[in-house]
Write a protein that binds this ligand. Structure first.
Ligand SMILES: NC(=O)c1ccc[n+]([C@@H]2O[C@H](COP(=O)([O-])OP(=O)(O)OC[C@H]3O[C@@H](n4cnc5c(N)ncnc54)[C@H](O)[C@@H]3O)[C@@H](O)[C@H]2O)c1
Length: 334
């Protein structure tokens, strides 16, 4: 059934998802907060600085008015970066009680260490059975080309996540269901830290053995924190666990891997970020993940080293050396 949908945030992912939803026959309105960017998007039907060779479907309405983009919709899809999510939500006036909310952001708020669904519930009066997160290995650059992609919709209501499966799925975009909101949100966020680590290894000229080690030991530490925070272990073997982790750590489209690679090549974080036109969520998530590990008393050695390289000027090669020389232990963790 065709729905009336709003997508908030016209970055790479917001545009790709708005286009996908319009292709699925829904009526879609896309909100961009910055007036000039919005005017350019209306004129060009794309943002070449964010997504090359992409033209937004003529069916998608574009607006700069948040009140207009948040009233009268059956579903509101949130595609703004995680550190700006709360400020956007605070500008939304009361929603009608039957509106559903779908989070697409992959990150953990640095100030509060809250996951996105917690931030949404704090800021909006929304019942848990109308809230979900859609996450998984889904680079916008590939979704706009119609390359087969699978993601997961996680939430407490099977009925709501089932509805989202039908709203989002088509011949190249397949949506699975999950009841593990905690695990799906943590997997989608924490993998960006490991992707920065994988990029650092690439920049240092290390090999495939190193990448395999970072991926598996990265998954081990993500899972350890996830279990301490109440996630289901099997979620980390799923699309928002190993699926997103592998894609992000090896993909040329990954901005987090790119940040790591430049740092491994000897650049400074500020210089790398100043040249980027898109958000690299993993940088701030490194702060959140590192602090969560401390609070929950969970060992996250790769996260700790990435934190020191990004924020404490530790030379990347020294970080690798310290990871290799840690106390020897069993592989399977408890
Ligand atoms: N790009 C992808 O392939 C992809 C895939 C899955 C999930 N995500 C997640 O989606 C989120 C958005 O990523 P993106 O790639 O679209 O980022 P982006 O950098 O391309 O765009 C971010 C957009 O967010 C909006 N925005 C930024 N600051 C804002 C503010 N202060 N107030 C309101 N809106 C603001 C703007 O529309 C901006 O264009 C991130 O959490 C990312 O991890 C991205």
């Amino acid at each position: 059934m065709a729905e009336n949908l709003a997508v908030l945030g016209a970055g790479s992912w917001g545009m790709a998802v708005a286009d996908l939803l319009a292709a699925n026959g829904h009526r879609v309105t896309l909100w961009e907060f910055e007036r000039n960017d919005c005017e350019n998007l209306v004129r060009l039907r794309g943002r070449p600085d964010k997504l090359k060779d992409f033209t937004l479907s003529p069916e998608v309405r574009i607006t700069n008015d948040l009140a207009e983009a948040t009233s009268g919709f059956s579903l509101i899809v949130l595609a703004v970066p995680s550190q700006t999510m709360r400020s956007v939500l605070r500008q939304i006036r009361k929603l009608s009680p039957d509106t559903g909310l779908v989070n697409l952001a992959k990150g953990i708020e640095t100030v509060t260490l809250k996951r996105m669904s917690d931030v949404i519930r704090e800021e909006l009066d929304i019942a848990p059975d109308r809230l979900a997160t859609v996450s998984g290995p889904s680079h916008a650059e590939e979704v706009i080309r119609g390359l087969p992609t699978a993601v997961v919709a996680a939430g407490s209501s099977e009925e709501f996540t089932g509805r989202l499966q039908h709203v989002f799925s088509n011949g190249y975009f397949r949506v699975y269901q999950s009841c593990d909101l905690v695990g799906v949100e943590l997997g989608g966020s924490l993998k960006n830290i490991i992707a920065i680590g994988a990029g650092i290894a690439e920049g240092l000229g290390l090999g495939d053995n190193t990448l395999g080690a970072i991926l598996t030991r990265g998954l081990a530490e993500i899972t350890r924190l996830g279990l301490a925070m109440g996630a289901l272990p099997e979620t980390f073997a799923g699309l928002s666990g190993i699926g997103d982790l592998v894609t992000t750590c090896v993909s040329k489209h990954s901005r987090n891997r790119f940040v790591g690679e430049r740092i491994g090549l000897g650049e400074h974080l500020d210089g790398v970020l100043s040249r980027m036109t898109q958000v690299a969520e993993g940088v701030q998530t490194t702060r959140s993940g590192h602090e969560l590990a401390r609070r929950y008393g969970v060992e996250m050695p790769i996260t700790a080293q990435v934190h020191q390289v990004l924020f404490e000027d530790k030379p990347p090669a020294v970080a690798v050396g310290e990871l290799m020389e840690r106390r020897l232990k069993t592989e399977i963790w408890k």
